[in-house]
Design a protein around this ligand. Structure first.
Ligand code: AMP
Length: 393
């Protein structure tokens, strides 16, 4: 196929994009970039396939307080002009929530957009931005095929018990089940496991996606068997600003005794909790690590304790552990967090090699460790590009 695919990954305050060659299965993007700080002062940056910064000209400084749709409308013509004579074959989107029925990437139609809109309440921080990105492309080039790749799809292989809440049946039938997220990241990691783990790739593996949003996925035969996130992306691990698992009684108490409204609670649980809430300082792990404030240290300690506990929670689903993989911003870069988590997993036979861990090496466990531990960079964009290629064929 002569042409390129553009991938868009719209987060709550950022937009990541990449361009892939249509005719090749390479997972390396021709270029990738980011608009950070959306909602405040947006900053645009891009790099070529060799990691060299691209001169972004007039797009370097974008207008303050522009929303996702406006910024995407500025980005797309720039991307097209950068690609010059190579036609745009399709745009692939990361879409956070695909509900019960989207178990694979899908060509976007007006009906699909309508269905995605019904899922907004389940992912209020992300889904509206994903839909805004789709609409911006539609307005710019209505004839371009668009493909939605869902963060929930990878988990649709889970056994029924892993998806159920202990709620009355009629609520389950209405779709109140555990969906799980970060599926594009897990899909990518699953695709590279054989390269690094050999036979263990099809064994009992837990992948820890630790970033601003954090979750874990237990895999067997490289398929999702259980995951820490549930109905929404709030459940499970403590995150940058999200609380993770919480006694539901706390929510009742906040409503009944403190008079908090649903929007107040949504804001508290999605934006003011997690590392930010516990430290009282920031959600940024690098800044917390550099701080000598005891609350910063406690936030990191709680993050790691909760991660180790969640991992233990997933073990019955796969009956033990052959390998543990760390990925995403924190998982790929923070030796301290990996060490603090693994220290609490010694009873499982996890032993880290200190020097390899400090270097962010690919394999960071000792030769004698009963569980192999890896650091593997994720590449959600490559999974979106692969889906574009497969669907257009
Ligand atoms: P993500 O959401 O995957 O982009 O991850 C963002 C998180 O990764 C932030 O909390 C960053 O502080 C953290 N992070 C990125 N680089 C490093 C690093 N070198 N050391 C520690 N944390 C890092």
């Amino acid at each position: 196929m002569n042409g390129v695919f553009v991938t868009l990954n719209a987060g709550s305050s950022s937009l990541k994009f990449a361009v892939f060659e249509g005719g090749s299965a390479s997972t390396t993007a021709l270029m990738r970039g980011k608009i950070a700080g959306i909602g405040g002062t947006p900053v645009f940056s891009a790099k070529d396939a060799h990691g060299k910064a691209i001169n972004t000209g007039g797009l370097g400084a974008l207008e303050a307080s522009s929303d996702h749709e406006t910024l995407i409308a500025q980005l797309l013509p720039w991307l097209a002009s950068y690609q010059k004579d190579r036609p745009l074959l399709a745009v692939g989107h990361r879409v956070v929530h695909g509900g019960q029925f989207y178990d694979r990437p899908t060509l976007i139609s007006p009906q699909v957009i309508e269905e995605l809109e019904t899922l907004v309440p389940l992912a209020p921080l992300h889904q509206p931005h994903n839909i805004a990105a789709i609409r911006a492309v539609e307005k710019w080039r209505p004839e371009t095929p668009q493909i939605a790749c869902f963060d929930t799809s990878f988990h649709r292989t889970q056994p029924r018990l892993a998806q159920l809440f202990a709620l009355p049946r009629d609520l389950t039938e209405q779709g109140i089940i555990r969906y799980g997220f970060h599926g594009l990241s897990y899909d990518y990691i699953a695709s590279v496991l054989p390269e690094h783990l050999g036979q263990n790739a099809s064994g009992r593996v837990i992948v820890a996606h630790l970033g601003n949003g954090s979750s874990m996925c237990a895999m067997k035969n490289r398929k999702s068997v259980a995951t820490s996130m549930g109905f929404t992306a709030l459940d499970g691990l403590m995150m940058g600003r999200r609380c993770g698992s919480l006694d539901p009684g706390v929510i009742l108490y906040l409503m009944q005794a403190k008079g908090m409204t649903a929007p107040d609670i949504e804001n508290l649980l999605y934006k003011e909790s997690g590392l930010l809430g516990v430290s009282g300082l920031t959600n940024d792990v690098q800044d917390l690590q550099n701080s000598d404030d005891p609350n910063a240290q406690e936030a990191i300690a709680l993050f790691c304790y909760r991660a180790a506990s969640n991992l233990a929670n997933l073990l019955p689903s796969i009956g033990g552990l052959d390998a543990l993989v760390f990925t995403a911003g924190i998982g790929e870069n923070s030796a301290q967090i990996r060490e603090l988590i693994c220290e609490q997993l010694g009873w499982l036979g996890v032993a880290l090699d200190d020097a390899s861990n400090k270097k962010n090496a690919t394999r960071i466990s000792t030769d004698r460790s009963r569980v192999e531990v890896f650091v593997l960079p994720t590449n959600e964009e490559a999974v979106i590009a692969r889906a574009c290629r497969e669907l257009l064929h």
